[in-house]
Design a protein around this ligand. Structure first.
Ligand code: NAP
Length: 255
């Protein structure tokens, strides 16, 4: 059977461990024939990401902290041997743990700006660095969550960052569309990952969701990954500026 991403090169930012949504996406991209470039934020994660990258046959693994422009400036050298870049997966977010458990009104200026920088502005910086390398057009995607538009207990500063992220998707889609570069967000349902565990109450959300979700189960990272494959592939060629929900239908519910 033909592979959907054969001949494509994809940069995937945000693998921390085997539970990371970015890792599920990297596995699916490899299954579909893409050459995959993985990044790790700093030395602390280097060995873990190299091991995971080795397991799936990643073509390159290099350091990239998305808050550092000098790290993003390394991209042309990292993709040189592939000639062009076709897809970018931005699966990165961070907020101080205390801002994900106390009332939102107590968010500090520094905590607010940190969440915006890592979780929203970084998409703009990554897109600016990647777009010139997408010589035959391409697909940029990010990961978001319903807390961008609805009040989800304790999601707080991250919800505001996701609102900025989703707005950035629309503005980037408009800027980069003439270069045939599409920009979209996948809004995943709750999944138990390192980032999610920082949000107070995630455990009970995951326990309660299967009884409420229209599909009567939690979202599976493999489903998020298959939607990322669709967006990166030529099947997604008409889709840009969208937020696609992969959440077993949870976003439909009023209460
Ligand atoms: P994860 O495995 O913890 O992934 C988050 C990644 O962001 C980690 O690899 C983390 O690296 C990285 N990161 C943080 N700061 C960075 C920086 N300055 N430079 C580069 N990378 C940095 O958790 P995840 O759940 O898969 O999260 C991936 C994305 O999905 C996030 O945008 C998240 O908001 C979104 N999402 C998650 C859920 C869910 O329920 N899990 C639902 C909807 C959307 P470190 O470990 O080194 O910090």
């Amino acid at each position: 059977m033909a592979q959907l991403l054969e001949g494509k090169t994809a940069l995937i930012l945000g693998v921390a461990n085997k539970w990371s949504l970015a890792y599920a996406i990297a596995q699916a991209f490899r299954r579909e024939g893409a050459a995959v470039l993985l990044t790790y934020q700093n030395e602390r994660l280097k060995a873990a990401v190299e091991e995971l990258g080795g397991e799936i046959g990643a073509a390159r693994i290099f350091e990239c902290d998305v808050t550092k422009d000098e790290d993003l400036a390394k991209l042309p050298a990292e993709i040189a041997e592939f000639g062009k870049l076709d897809a970018v997966v931005h699966s990165v977010a961070f907020a101080n743990r205390e801002d994900l458990s106390r009332p939102f009104v107590e968010t500090s200026r520094a905590g607010f700006l940190l969440a915006q920088d890592v979780s929203a502005y970084s998409l703009v910086a990554v897109a600016r660095a990647a777009a010139p390398l997408m010589k035959a057009g391409g697909s940029i995607m990010t990961l978001t969550y319903l807390g961008s538009t609805r009040v989800v207990p304790n999601y707080n500063v991250m919800g505001v960052a996701k609102a900025a992220l989703e707005a950035a998707v629309r503005y980037l889609a408009n800027d980069l569309g003439p270069s045939n570069i599409r920009v979209n967000a996948i809004s995943a349902g709750p999944v138990k990952t390192a980032s999610a565990r920082a949000v107070k109450g995630i455990g009970s959300m995951l326990e309660e969701a299967p009884a409420r979700a229209p599909l009567r189960r939690n979202c599976d990272p493999a489903e998020v990954a298959d939607t990322a494959v669709f967006l990166a592939s030529d099947l997604g060629r008409g889709v840009t500026g969208n937020v696609i929900f992969v959440d077993a239908g949870l976003q439909l519910l009023g209460a």
